[in-house]
Each structure stands twice: as structure tokens, then as C-alpha cells.
Design a protein. Structure first.
Length: 467
């Protein structure tokens, strides 16, 4: 009998050891005697079953949590698509209008120049007639320039939203994000309300430009959808910023019907909306709150002084707003005392030609048709005060050129500037986020080129003095 009891106790001990190893499937044998040993075995088995159920529930919760995170990522993506849908037609309108007048203005200039050429050939014009003709050409070219600047502004504004997938935080001007976002959201509100900006000067905040741009645009579009669409002159949307201690405050107010106090917390729930199904998805404010919380901020809903809704976003200021200072590698002087020498790398021959025509008046320009030609040239000639290089090129892209320069000509890294039109590959995006080189966005503006030349001249003078 004692041997049987000992064997049962050994089985119970094995079951307890298995439970200690978190093997909750183990069970102690229960005999027919229903004595104290069987009672102990029964208690251990009940404990194992309960623990097994707890573990299963925990696994289910972990799986549910993972599924929830995947769903949240899908909702964020859906929110981006909804935002793109809101602005796409308006952006096409904003680009097509200036593109149209650029083409017409250039046609006028071409026509007048053709007339001038014919008149010169025939020597059939007076000085006054020539002045009038040149005035028409100047006017047409000025109009074309204005149109291209408008297109450039729209493209630059869109660049803010093209970077929404990145999570990189940086010091940024919240007011500039507001201005850009309101310009992009223009088609959503112009026919419904008057928008007023009241932006107080602010220190930088730390944030992701694309994410905060999405916050502003969603709030403005939400306000535009809330006001009646038949009285644009009387309806109002105001976007304001102000400083509150160590935080920046962004407020968007409208003159719509407002949000009832009982619903002010629910408006942040995914898919909850007070709008008709064809107007709102219920994702906008939910995504806005997630983005604001990711920036260590707060968001609140109240009644606007215009009678509608008031959305207040509070964001912490940047702890260190000092500008980053870069300095890598030794420097050498320019080839001539009074003229800089510049290398321009691009696979677009027309752009190379335009940059050379603009810059060659004051600097010496060397052109490289693509990254492969640039690397071959730099093998035997590194006497450049500035290198302008396109990012996206076939075969050998700008990243490869930069890496080649870093390895073989490190003294040029501080003089290396990327040109980009925004259509970046994942490889290029990762590299730019990691290396943070100097970037000039296309279309390249004359002012940007002037700034680069001034910086290059200052550095060239410092190198000359150090020699």
C-alpha cells in the first residue's frame, strides 16, 4: 500500500514540476479510492486547468493586440488616402491653371521674338516699335515666371505630405506647417467659408512635418465639411497659434453647428462621425488624436466663439532649437582667385544646360551626364568648390555618387548638395534620413542657387586664408 501511495505521490510531484515549467497540460492521476492523495491530485489538476485557460486567454489577447496594431496601421493608411482624395482634384486645378498661362505666355514671347527677328532681317522697325515689342516679351516672360513659381509652390507644399510615412522628428516651424497645409486644403474650404490665419511667432516644436501637416489639413477639411455649403461669405474658419508657457497651441475654429458636449469625446473614436456617410469616414479626428499623442501632445474639443467647433492641439516646444552644424573632412581652395568651380551631376540634359547657362556668367561650370560620368571625372579632378548632384538617376544614382565621394574624395563632402524632385526610392529615402545631407528641391530657384554660391564663396575665402 505504501508503495502505491509513494508512486502516486511521485506522479503528483511530476505534475507539479511540469506546472512549474509552465506545462499546464500535465495532470496527476486520480484513483478510485478518493482518499487524501486523490483529493490533492484533483486540486492540482483543477489548478493546472485554470492556469492553462489563463495562458490560452493571454495568447488570445496577444494575438488580438497584434491584430489591433495591424488594423490601426491600416486605418492610418486609409486616412492618408482619404486626405489625398480630398486634395487631388484641387491640386490638379492649382497646377493646371498656372501651367496653362505659362504655355500661353511662352507662346506670346515666341511670337514676338519671331516678329522681332523678321523686322530685324527686313530693317523695318523704329526704336519705339522695338521698345514696345521688347516690353511685350518682358511681360510674357514675367507671366511665365510667375506661373512656374506658383507650380513650384504647389509642388513644394505637396512635398510635406509625401514624407508622411517617415517617423523622423525634427525641429520645425509650426506656423509654416499651418500655412502649407492650409494652401493644400484650399479647394476644400474656398467655396464654403472664409479662412483666416492668426499666427503668433513661436519657437520651434519637435515633430514630423508630414504627420503634423496631416493634423492641420484634417482639422481644416473637417471644419470646412461642418459649415453650410450655401453661404461662403458668412461662414468662417480660423486657424490660430499661440505660445502657452513651454508649449505651442494650435486652434482650429469654425462657424458650423458645433459638437454637442455629450459627443465631444466620442468624435475621436474610429468610424464615429456626425456627418452623412458620403461626407465623412469617421477616421479624421481619430487619426489626428493618435498623431498628436505620438508627439507627446494633447487635443481637446470645445465650442467656438463663432458658434461651431473649436479643436485645440497642444504640443511641446523643441528642447534644443540650435541649428545643426556640420563639418567633415579637410578643405582645399578654388582653382581661381575670383571664380568658383562647380560640378553639376544630372541625367536630364536640358536641366544641365539651363543650370550652366544661368551659372556660367559668374562661376566655372563642369557638367556630368549621370552618376557614372561624375565618378569617372572625380577620379582625376576634385578641384570643385560645390557639387550639385541629382538624387534619382539610372545605373549610378546620387547616393552612389555621394558614397564614392565620401570614400575617395572626403574633402568634397561638405560641398556636396543633393538636387531632388521628390520622387525618391526607398533606398534614397533611407539614406537621406540617415545622413541628413544638404538638399535643394526641384524646380531649382534662382534664390536657392544664389544662397549656395554665397556659402561656397565664404568657405572658399576661409580656405584661402588658411593656406
Amino acid at each position: 500500500m505504501n508503495g502505491a501511495v509513494d508512486q502516486r505521490l511521485e506522479s503528483i510531484l511530476e505534475a507539479l514540476l511540469a506546472i512549474a515549467r509552465q506545462d499546464f497540460k500535465a495532470r496527476a492521476p486520480v484513483g478510485d479510492d478518493l482518499d487524501v492523495v486523490d483529493a490533492i491530485a484533483t486540486g492540482i489538476n483543477l489548478l493546472a486547468e485554470e492556469l492553462d485557460g489563463e495562458v490560452a486567454s493571454r495568447r488570445e489577447m496577444e494575438q488580438a493586440y497584434e491584430a489591433l496594431k495591424r488594423t490601426q496601421a491600416q486605418l492610418v493608411h486609409a486616412g492618408k488616402l482619404a486626405a489625398i482624395g480630398e486634395i487631388s482634384s484641387g491640386v490638379a486645378h492649382e497646377i493646371n491653371n498656372p501651367a496653362g498661362w505659362v504655355l500661353l505666355s511662352l507662346a506670346v514671347a515666341e511670337r514676338e521674338v519671331k516678329s522681332a527677328r523678321a523686322a530685324v532681317n527686313a530693317l523695318d522697325f523704329t526704336p519705339d516699335e522695338l521698345k514696345q515689342l521688347l516690353t511685350k516679351v518682358d511681360s510674357a516672360l514675367a507671366d511665365a515666371r510667375e506661373g512656374l513659381e506658383r507650380i513650384s509652390t504647389v509642388a513644394g507644399d505637396l512635398r510635406t505630405f509625401a514624407r508622411m510615412d517617415g517617423e523622423q522628428l525634427e525641429p520645425l516651424d509650426l506656423n509654416e506647417v499651418v500655412r502649407v497645409s492650409c494652401r493644400i486644403a484650399g479647394p476644400a474650404y474656398r467655396s464654403r467659408a472664409r479662412l483666416h490665419l492668426d499666427l503668433e511667432q513661436l519657437p520651434p516644436v519637435t515633430g514630423n512635418r508630414g504627420r503634423l501637416g496631416q493634423v492641420v489639413m484634417n482639422l481644416v477639411v473637417n471644419a470646412a465639411q461642418a459649415v453650410p455649403d450655401n453661404d461662403a461669405e458668412r461662414q468662417q474658419i480660423e486657424v490660430s497659434t499661440r505660445l502657452m508657457g513651454e508649449r505651442a497651441v494650435l486652434v482650429v475654429e469654425d462657424s458650423g453647428p458645433g459638437i454637442a458636449a455629450a459627443l465631444r469625446e466620442r468624435v475621436f473614436e474610429p468610424f464615429f462621425t456626425t456627418k452623412p456617410s458620403h461626407v465623412g469616414t469617421g477616421l479624421g479626428l481619430s487619426l489626428v488624436r493618435e498623431i498628436v499623442r505620438a508627439h507627446a501632445g494633447e487635443i481637446n474639443v470645445a465650442q467656438s466663439r463663432f458658434g461651431g467647433a473649436r479643436i485645440e492641439v497642444v504640443l511641446p516646444l523643441c528642447e534644443d532649437d540650435a541649428e545643426p552644424v556640420t563639418g567633415r573632412g579637410p578643405e582645399s581652395g578654388p582653382t581661381q582667385e575670383n571664380r568658383l568651380r562647380i560640378l553639376i551631376v544630372d541625367d536630364e540634359l536640358m536641366l544641365l544646360k539651363a543650370l550652366r547657362n544661368y551659372l556660367s556668367i559668374s562661376v566655372d561650370v563642369v557638367l556630368a551626364d549621370g552618376g557614372q560620368e561624375a565618378l569617372a571625372l572625380l577620379e582625376h579632378d576634385a578641384n570643385f568648390d560645390l557639387v550639385l548632384c541629382d538624387v534619382h538617376m539610372p545605373t549610378v544614382d546620387g547616393v552612389a555618387v555621394y558614397e564614392g565621394v565620401s570614400e575617395r574624395r572626403p574633402e568634397l563632402i561638405d560641398r556636396f548638395v543633393f538636387l531632388t524632385g521628390g520622387a525618391l526610392t526607398p533606398r534614397a529615402r533611407d539614406f537621406l534620413a540617415r545622413s541628413r545631407p544638404k538638399i535643394v528641391h526641384k524646380p531649382v530657384q534662382a534664390e536657392a542657387l544664389s544662397s549656395l554660391l554665397k556659402l561656397a564663396e565664404r568657405r572658399a575665402r576661409r580656405r584661402a586664408m588658411a593656406r
